[in-house]
Design a protein around this ligand. Sequence first.
Ligand code: C2E
Ligand code: CA
Ligand code: CA
Length: 792
Amino acid sequence: MAATLVALVAVGTAASVKIRIRSTTHGFTWIESAFMVGLAVAPAPWVVLSTGLGVGITCAIVKRAKIRSVFSVAKEMVLVSASALTLLLLGHHGGSSLSVADLIGPLAVAYLVNVVLDELLTLPIIGLATGTKVSYLFRENWNLRLATVVARFFLILGTLVILQADSRLLAAIPPLILSLHLAYSGRIRARTEQQAWQRLARATDALNAVDLNTVLRTAVTGGAELFSADEVEIELTGTGRLVRGTAKALSYDGPPGAVADGAGLVIPVPLEGHNTGDIGMLRLRFRGPVKLSEREQYTLRTFASALCTAVRNASAYAELNRVAEEHAHAAAHDALTGLANRRHLLDRGAEQLGQRRTEGVVALLLIDLNHFKEVNDTLGHAAGDRVLIQVAERLRGAVHGEDLVARLGGDEFAVLFHGLPAPAVAAHRAEALLTALHEPIELDGMRISVEASGGIAVAPSSGGMTELLRRADVAMYQAKRAGRRISTYAPARDTADLGRLSLGGDLPRAVADHEFTVNFQPIVDLGSGEVVAAEALARWRHPARGTIDPLRFLETVERSGLLPAFAEAVLDQSLIAVNTWREAGFDLPVAVNVSPRSLLDARFPGSVLARLRAHDLPPDRLVLELTETLTLSQLEVVDQVLGQLRDAGIQLALDDFGTGYSSLSVLSRIPVHELKIDRGFVTAMETSAEAAAVIRSTVDLGRSLNLSVVAEGVESEPQRRALWELGCAAGQGHLFARPMPAARLLAALHQGAGGRPGTLAPALHDEGAVVRLSPGRRPGPRRAERLPHLPA
Ligand code: C2E
Ligand code: CA
Ligand code: CA
């Protein structure tokens, strides 16, 4: 009986189904069927001992490693003891000849205990030994395992029925177990085979990526998973790259020499496709000894070949992409400077004009180098090219964030500004860009000064990029003609604007018939609301066209030869107004706009002083607002004119400050008394930090040079207060008053705001903020009478 049991256990152990996980092979045996039968028919101690003996003998026969033999013997003895104990607790004593029917219940429970305990003991150890998740092991093939458990239980019952009929039939049990085993292992093999093919298909499918990195990563992790390898590595000979990792992640990616070889068994496969040379190696690495089955070897070759194809495809795709990108770049860029070309500029501009509504103002700056032809002619084209490259580099370096710099050809460049908070900001940025060009360029030890003219246009409502480019071009030629660095496109000065041309013929009559009148806009102390000056703004009362604004007729007047007459008419009316106000007790200076052309006229100062004398007014009651910068060549005359005016005691103001000059050098050439912050910055100051910064630096500049600062276009109380907080003392704008005839302004001064004559707005109620001025001496905008009140 004992011998039979031992034999039974031995056969059950030997007939195992082998499954390899990593480098560990696990056998699943029939042993529990054997000892469950034993427990049903024999005393428990016997069965326990026979089990130990049977397992031990099998281990010795198949030459299993000592430690694993000990583990197997111990585990099986524990399991059989647990089952025996269960039967005992259920009141069944081994060896009794109970009927099978009585035994089913207790036997089922005991078997269940055995199965559960077996899983609990084995799976964590497999998990630990192979680095596999235990939860995964519990889930894997659970249905097959459950079926096996049920089958085994029926095998146990069947065996007992046979034994009860005739104990000699026990001899038939081992063949029965064997045939069952063959059927079972066959199924397992078929199933594993099928799964293996599916996994191979999935793994090779996943290799079909266009990005080489993805291919390599997928190959490493997928390969490790597919072959249950501890590590997989791929070495590409062409690029000298080695990628290594486990089923979970990459552990190395770099040159092959820089990493030590791992330990353990390595199975190498060359990466070669059909009739093509190999491109590298695929290596599987196992910590322990492993022998791949024939199927696995075939799978490995298939996988390597698929990987080879995938690597080739990804490389080809990358090359294709690179070439396409190179072509796209060449088509959109200038070969000499690497800047965008005209085509790219037009495309990008059109794109931005399309989304303009949501993204702020789009503007274009056109830059043309002055005297570039001379550089080419005297120093040669190679030197010219180097100048262009330098210019490109400087523009690129000075440009704001996403603004696009382009070379349109020759010595013409363009910068596309987008997302501007306000149109005035374009002029400010343009100024910074042209200043960057101003620094001399080193050429073979020679220093060359590059001067440039810029034309700015803000995106028109229609006409798209073509119109924007045309307008910037018009502005640029205007700048060149007027000898200015930068000019902003104004429709009134566009010769393509036909309505303007017909005005020319009407001019002589306008002068003769006094059709030019002047409106006055008060300039107000931002703190107290007191009127401190007034700006004269010309109007043309055209008999047929009604009132025409200066921007529509100024250019025509400037070019007509009637400019001196026009200027004199404006000056006369302004000085008459000053006298009227003075007599009424409001001693306000008047600010008169001066055309840059007047500054080129050496007779201009004389005529101004003559007008002052004629009206019997001290020179400090007149402020002249200058709107233009002039290039050095013209500055000599301008210097003279301005010098005479200044020396005579006339105040000078720089108009539209921030949009045209801002460089200190201009300020040092033109000694002015006042800066007028352009309306564009005031409009944008609440929404744009850039605009606010321009205002702040203008105010700071004013303070350090002891100049007064006037803000234009103040339209709201918050703007007034913000400007005042920034230290700006005076302002003009619709908040206080629109331009109006001299008599209307006088009436408004008499009436005052809140019963305070001379004021047009209530004071800002900040204790100590407003410095009261001594009576009889009203502050002109030219002098900063109060210390700027700045937030701490
Ligand atoms: P400017 O010197 O910058 O004058 C300010 C302009 O802004 C004026 O336009 C004025 O009416 C307007 N303005 C004032 N406050 C506000 C405000 O709160 N909101 C808005 N939206 N606009 C405001 P105007 O009168 O059409 O004058 C335009 C330009 O024509 C002047 O700009 C000046 O450069 C020139 N100009 C005017 N009169 C003369 C003149 O007699 N001689 C010369 N040479 N140029 C003149
Ligand atoms: Ca002005
Ligand atoms: Ca202005």
